[in-house]
Design a protein around this ligand. Structure first.
Ligand code: PLP
Length: 389
């Protein structure tokens, strides 16, 4: 190992509000989706260079940056993207909020597959549009959870939607949807004239031998109906720099989308633009390869730990992301495992309820940390569980 994923710098600065300072100091934070490791050196060196030069003036997304994003799509997926199809946005939440404002109406809302990333649930109020849920169906095998699409519900809800906000890989479930499922979702959306917005922010955090295919890569027809959202923020752990990209091959959609970006004056910070260019250039890919093996071994450790030491608790085996999903619905703490672990274990997890009603009795755990911290968190949870058994 060339890189050290045991090193987790201290982020407990009382003047800063982050996941390490949000709760009292005795609480171990395993919630917000950022990792505890420093970003890769080429990014940090690049940012140091800009800061050392001293002028932090206005900057716009350059052609060189758009070409870098396009080239990365080609290199990773053999997906040919024209640089002009790339628009820089102030993060992926802004990116899909813009799409909802541009393409949904009070009559045609946003279709989502619950339980799903909490920010997806904010669109209905923020944009004033209906939210159409197509809940994923939970299957249990021993203590392992998997989820499937209910196609009847998906199709029924698609008929009322203006846009389908796909989360692939899926947060919090860690699913990478198969080519077959993606194709069927796309067919239903195209038949019903529903725009596909594919949030692929976690697409490079692949675990084990998982493979990822972008929705828009499936066919030119699908690409023509799809806005793809990508970003270096999760992969290279620079989410605080708020820089992401919308890839929109269809010129008409792109013009509508870009108009909304301009109306909202969504301008990305210069440091975010610099970091993104370095992150997507390939200079950090050996770091990423090692990160993936570290995260894969953390995932395996988590699943084995839960299986061995937490009877009645169920877990997913995520294909991607650094997010685990634990099901306590068969235990005495089914009402609120989040509250129980915060109070009794001093571990802050993400409450399953924020991902939708189906998340009640579940929590999301962030394993994007050192093995030591992951084990410490699990040990605390295990001890707390013992007190109620
Ligand atoms: C699926 C998904 N989309 C978007 C985001 C956040 O994106 P950003 O910080 O770029 O707005 C997250 C963060 O957890 C996420 O999981």
């Amino acid at each position: 190992m060339k890189y050290n994923f045991a090193r987790t710098p201290n982020r407990r600065d009382p003047n800063v509000l982050n996941k390490w300072t949000w709760y009292p100091p005795d609480v171990l934070p395993m919630w917000v989706a950022d990792m505890d490791f420093p970003a890769p050196k080429p990014i940090l060196d690049g940012l140091r260079k800009v800061v050392a030069q001293g002028v932090l003036g206005y900057e716009l997304p350059s052609n060189a940056l758009k070409e870098t994003v396009a080239k990365r799509m080609e290199r990773l997926y053999r997906w040919k993207v024209e640089p002009e199809a790339v628009t820089a946005v102030t993060g992926i939440v802004s990116g899909f909020s813009v799409a909802a404002r541009a393409f949904c109406t009070a009559k045609r809302g946003v279709l989502v597959q619950t339980p799903v990333y909490n920010e997806f649930h904010e669109l209905k109020n923020n944009v004033g549009i209906p939210q159409l849920n197509a809940p994923l169906v939970k299957r249990v095998n021993g203590n392992i959870l998997t989820y499937e699409i209910d196609w009847d519900i998906f199709e029924k809800q698609a008929k009322k939607a203006g846009m389908f906000l796909l989360c692939n890989p899926h947060n919090p479930l860690g699913i990478i949807f198969s080519r077959k499922d993606l194709r069927r979702m796309a067919e239903i959306c195209i038949e019903n004239d529903v725009l596909i917005v594919s949030d692929e922010i976690h697409s490079e955090l692949l675990l084990g031998d998982s493979k990822f295919i972008p929705m828009a890569k499936l066919s030119s027809e699908i690409a023509n109906h799809t806005i793809t959202l990508v970003s270096p923020s999760k992969t290279f752990n620079v989410p605080g720099l708020f820089c992401g990209f919308a890839i929109i091959p269809n010129q008409e959609l792109r013009e509508r989308y870009n108009r909304e970006v301009e109306h909202l004056r969504l301008h990305v910070s210069s440091l975010g633009l610099h970091a993104a260019r370095i992150a997507f250039s390939g200079q950090c890919d050996d770091w990423l390869a090692e990160l993936r093996s570290h995260l894969t071994s953390n995932r395996d450790f988590l699943v084995e730990y839960v299986t061995r030491y937490m009877p009645q608790v169920r877990t997913t085996i995520p294909d991607a992301t650094y997010l685990g999903w634990l099901d306590f619905t068969q235990t005495p703490i089914e009402d609120s495992p989040y509250d129980f672990f915060l109070k009794e274990a001093r571990v802050a997890l993400s409450d399953g309820k924020i991902f939708g009603a189906e998340g009640k009795g579940h929590v999301r755990i962030n394993f994007g940390t050192s093995r030591k911290i992951l084990q410490q968190g699990l040990d605390r949870m295990r001890r707390a569980l013992r007190t109620i058994q």
